[in-house]
Design a protein around this ligand. Structure first.
Ligand SMILES: [Zn+2]
Length: 127
């Protein structure tokens, strides 16, 4: 399986087959998964931080209103959250052209946002 992947990488120019680069998170990834000195998982987490923060703010506002039983419409807040989710997808699209990886990257950003809302202190990267 590994060998097959390396043959595929050889087709792309400037990629050295089999070369693995290490990220600060401890992972070693192929060149295609490494950008700006980080693995694309770490890069997505870094680049999406301001958008995640906005989503967290919107989620918290919604929770606050729900707790108080306020009937106020939060359409504006929901729109902001939606716009930031789209921005996250756009950032991740810039990092990978692989659909499965794109889904992983965006799901992880969603997970991090939900985790931040619930107040969990666990912020360890996956794998
Ligand atoms: Zn990393």
């Amino acid at each position: 399986m590994q060998t097959k992947r390396h043959i595929l990488l050889r087709d792309k120019t400037s990629l050295i087959p089999g070369l693995l680069l290490s990220c600060r998170c401890g992972k070693s990834v192929p060149q295609a998964e490494y950008k700006e000195g980080l693995c694309i998982d770490c890069l997505a987490t870094e680049k999406c931080a301001p958008y995640r923060a906005e989503i967290v703010r919107c989620y918290r506002k919604r929770l606050r209103y729900e707790k108080l039983g306020k009937p106020t419409s939060l359409k504006g807040t929901d729109d902001i959250a939606h716009r930031n989710r789209l921005r996250i997808i756009k950032v991740c699209q810039g990092l990978t052209s692989n659909a499965a990886r794109l889904e992983e990257l965006t799901n992880e950003q969603g997970r991090l946002a939900r985790e931040a809302v619930s107040g969990s202190k666990i912020l360890l990267p996956r794998r």
